[in-house]
Design a protein around this ligand. Structure first.
Ligand code: C2E
Ligand code: CA
Ligand code: CA
Ligand code: CA
Length: 279
């Protein structure tokens, strides 16, 4: 019995060791990728569930390593946050928006809004808003052309600077979206402190909503609650027409997901927008 215990102890340790080595490797690779400006932006439309018009698009960072492999943001964003590289990463995402938009004349006239993710760590930077404004002014992007998405966990530590940043973003004319609703914080008190233009219901409540009475009940209550708060509601991760039908019937305003389009590079996105129906 002692041997077995020891054996499993060793494997356990080896796993830990391997994870640790992978983590260090990825950290080094990310540092180089940032240095070489290898990260690019992809864009995924959010569509109006009534007329399928794409009025907004979410900016999603993409990293293809030297071997051509795409590394998922879920793997490297947490590392960027822990190491402080997230500020540089955010800066590059903003700069890439500028570079991409320069290629697409139609954007500035179209009224199209881009939705940008801001991590909890980025929002603790007291200069976040000033820096964002400065970067965007360089490419003539106005605050009303951007929406900043923050996840619910942003409010876990009730950081004073974060709250100030959110209020300042609103004051400057940026729209605010609350991301991944339902995965984080249970108290809704922050809704009284900052007004969110948009609330995104997490994919876990959307998936299979046509077959899950529980998800349908949750979505029904959330949509009513957010409309009472004067927020527009987005359903994340819609993959099937049957899910979209239910959400539309429940009064959900927007949908995002593979049913409409996967995230795509700027050239493809520009084409997609030209082709989308105008109301
Ligand atoms: P998120 O903000 O919740 O972004 C939505 C994620 O769902 C994206 O994953 C998107 O590709 C994926 N998705 C969209 N439609 C569907 C669908 O129909 N089905 C399924 N299964 N997935 C769908 P992605 O791009 O891998 O990003 C993961 C997370 O990484 C994001 O979650 C966000 O929290 C973070 N992230 C991505 N880009 C950035 C960025 O530029 N800055 C920061 N701070 N975080 C980012
Ligand atoms: Ca998001
Ligand atoms: Ca989300
Ligand atoms: Ca989500």
């Amino acid at each position: 019995a002692k041997e077995t215990a020891n054996a499993s102890f060793v494997t356990f340790n080896e796993h830990l060791g391997q994870d640790y080595i992978n983590h260090i490797r990825l950290k080094k690779k990310l540092k180089t990728a940032l240095f070489d400006h290898r990260l690019i932006n992809h864009y995924q439309p959010k569509v109006n569930l009534q007329n399928l018009e794409a009025t907004t698009g979410e900016v999603l960072v993409r990293w293809q390593d030297q071997q051509g492999q795409f590394i998922p943001p879920a793997h490297f964003i947490p590392i960027a946050e822990r190491t402080g590289m997230i500020n540089e990463l955010g800066r590059q995402v903003h700069n890439n928006i500028c570079n991409d938009l320069c290629l697409v004349d139609a954007f500035s006239q179209s009224g199209h809004i881009l939705s940008v993710n801001a991590s909890v760590m980025e929002l603790r930077n007291p200069n976040y808003v000033a820096q964002l404004l400065e970067r965007m002014s360089q490419c003539h992007v106005k605050p009303h052309q951007l929406e900043i998405e923050v996840t619910e966990s942003t409010f876990l530590d009730e950081d004073r600077i974060t709250l100030e940043n959110l209020k300042q973003l609103k004051k400057e004319g940026f729209a605010l979206a609350l991301d991944d609703f339902g995965t984080g914080y249970s108290s809704l008190s922050y809704l009284k402190q900052v007004h969110f233009d948009t609330i995104k219901i997490d994919r876990s409540f959307v998936t299979n909503i046509h077959q899950s009475k529980q998800n349908r009940d949750i979505a029904t209550s959330l949509i009513k609650l957010f409309h009472d708060f004067d927020c527009q509601v987005v359903a994340e991760g819609i993959e099937f027409e049957a899910e979209a039908d239910i959400l539309r019937d429940l009064g959900c305003d927007f949908g995002q997901g593979f049913l409409y389009a996967a995230p795509m590079g700027i050239d493809e996105y520009a084409q997609y927008l030209d082709c989308s129906p105008i109301s």
